[in-house]
Design a protein around this ligand. Structure first.
Ligand code: BGC
Length: 421
């Protein structure tokens, strides 16, 4: 006889009720998640979150809006929220989290964050960004380092060049690559990519203090200084090493040029590493990672995070809590970041399974937090409100793409964009 058959009627009724309650708790809800992770590496990383949610009995409704850097995704998000139909969660970063919270559309996550001790699991530079008026409204996924230079060692060998650590060395290497018939710098000519290269040059030429003054405090003195003049001259010189098909190219296609050895270098955040991993290559061996020229002692951080919106359906609210909790779990933090190219944002994680570049990033993140050389990426929405960075990005990109524009004009345009917003 089975155990069930031995149960008396009352006990049986109780057992059934318990079973029903348990299955209701696991019936799950739906999470609709807006993100822009559509490249090979990004999609593999995002799939880990979907799987984790499905294991919890929740349904994943993918709301992917293609477009590196997320400009297109943010436009779509605005229209959804304005029409009163926000997704469960959206990839929103930096000061934009505060802006959305001010609109009153984000939900309070303290009932998850408190019991799970997020305050002690996150660096304060990150938890501060996730909170609005002291309450968690967003959950962080990772830490991307933006100031990386990726180099194809085979291409460098062929050209007899050395991987650069200063801007002077960069131009020497670029000339050698060019002579060997290799495109020196793989670049995708989209404003956010032009801006990503620009912030690397600001940091490498000006240093972390200058970067803070110019790109975070938007100090007019710094923005119109001789240092900025040098930055812009160097930046424009970099432009001469990209290929003529760069305009409009997606960042992951630029990475593919590097993987194939058609190009020698790429200046891009470590989501580029996700593409190498997806192609079965070994970071640190098949692709060399060094800090962008002149910035070995600095770290431009870009923390991906999901802000959670106020939603009405209680089952979906529970699923939203599951999502927040899953993102912060050590299992997710490891798995996701192995695919994404970033490092876990959760403190105290074991880095054994990570590649050499991630290990270096993790060490540098800690060292740079202590030395005050950890700076927020302006090109990736971490430094200033979106309207300001958008205006500066336009001015920078216009300079990058306009042969006839002088450094003086560009400097005036950038300073004006910073002031007007
Ligand atoms: C995001 C990354 C993403 C990259 C390219 C960045 O702004 O932080 O997660 O991979 O854009 O789309």
């Amino acid at each position: 006889m089975t155990k069930t058959k031995m149960l008396r009627p009352r006990a049986l009724a109780l057992a059934c009720a318990t079973l029903l309650a348990a299955s209701a708790a696991h019936a799950g809800g739906e999470v609709e998640v807006l993100h822009w992770w559509t490249s090979g590496g990004e999609a593999k990383a995002a799939a880990q979150l979907k799987l984790m949610m499905q294991k919890k009995g929740d349904t994943w409704k993918d709301f992917a809006v293609a477009g590196g850097g997320g400009d297109a995704a943010m436009t779509v998000l605005k229209s959804r929220v304005v029409s009163g139909n926000p997704p469960t969660a959206a990839q929103i970063k930096g000061p934009s989290i505060q802006e959305w919270a001010q609109e009153g559309v984000l939900t309070n996550l303290d009932d998850v964050a408190g019991p799970e001790h997020w305050d002690s699991l996150l660096p304060s530079v990150v938890s501060n960004i996730m909170k609005y008026q002291g309450h968690y409204v967003a959950v962080p996924v990772n830490v991307h380092r933006v100031n990386w230079l990726w180099a194809n060692p085979e291409a460098f060998k062929k050209a007899g060049a050395t991987v650069p650590t200063t801007w002077d060395q960069f131009f020497v290497a670029a000339d050698k690559l060019k002579k060997a018939g290799i495109i020196p710098l793989a670049h995708g000519g989209q404003p956010w990519q032009d801006f990503t290269v620009f912030e690397d040059v600001v940091l490498g030429v000006g240093g972390a203090d200058f970067y803070q003054k110019a790109m975070v405090k938007l100090d007019q003195g710094a923005l119109t200084s001789p240092t900025m003049e040098k930055v812009l001259t160097t930046y424009k010189r970099v432009h001469s090493y990209i290929d003529k098909n760069a305009p409009g190219r997606d960042w992951n296609l630029a990475t593919a040029m590097l993987i194939k050895g058609e190009a020698g270098m790429q200046l891009m955040g470590d989501w580029a590493k996700g593409e190498w991993v997806a192609a079965g290559k070994v970071p640190g061996k098949d692709v060399v990672c060094v800090a962008a020229p002149g910035s070995a002692k600095d770290f431009t951080f870009n923390v991906d995070s999901f802000a959670m919106f106020k939603i009405k359906n209680p089952a979906n609210e529970q699923a939203q809590r599951d999502l927040a909790s899953s993102i912060m779990s050590p299992e997710f933090q490891e798995l996701f970041n192995l695919y994404k190219g970033s490092i876990p944002v959760r403190l105290g994680m074991n880095m054994d399974k990570f590649d050499a570049c991630a290990k270096q990033s993790s060490r540098d993140f800690v060292a740079d937090s202590k030395s005050g050389t950890l700076v927020p990426s302006i090109a990736h929405g971490m430094a200033v409100p979106a309207a300001v960075s958008g205006a500066i990005q336009d001015a920078v990109s216009q300079f990058w793409n306009t042969d006839s524009m002088s450094v003086k004009t560009a400097m005036a345009n950038i300073a004006a964009a910073a002031k007007a917003n």
